[in-house]
Design a protein around this ligand. Structure first.
Ligand SMILES: [Cu+2]
Length: 89
């Protein structure tokens, strides 16, 4: 194996990074959040409005519809899960 091939093998899958979003709907009881979001590069997803399942431990209580947020999302066995959330601006 060449050093180049070795280096290629060590490139990790793209790690989650912060994505811009805007809150459209909050369902804290069901742990669901509807966001209009920008491109999610680690999920190869273009911008859209969609519902996210929210991981346990991510606080939703202070959110309001219309809030600007940034978040990270991951693929959990084919289901998109929001894993990090913070207020933007
Ligand atoms: Cu989406």
């Amino acid at each position: 194996m060449t050093p180049e091939q070795l280096a290629m093998n060590h490139v990790p899958a793209e790690a989650p990074s912060w994505v811009e979003g805007e809150v459209r709907r909050i369902d804290a009881d069901a742990r669901k959040l509807t966001l209009r979001h920008g491109e999610i590069r680690n999920l190869d997803m273009p911008g859209m409005t969609m519902v996210f399942r929210v991981q346990e431990g991510v606080a939703l209580d202070s959110l309001k519809v219309g809030d600007k947020v940034r978040f990270m999302a991951a693929n959990d066995n084919g289901q998109v899960v929001l894993t990090q959330l913070q207020a933007a601006n």
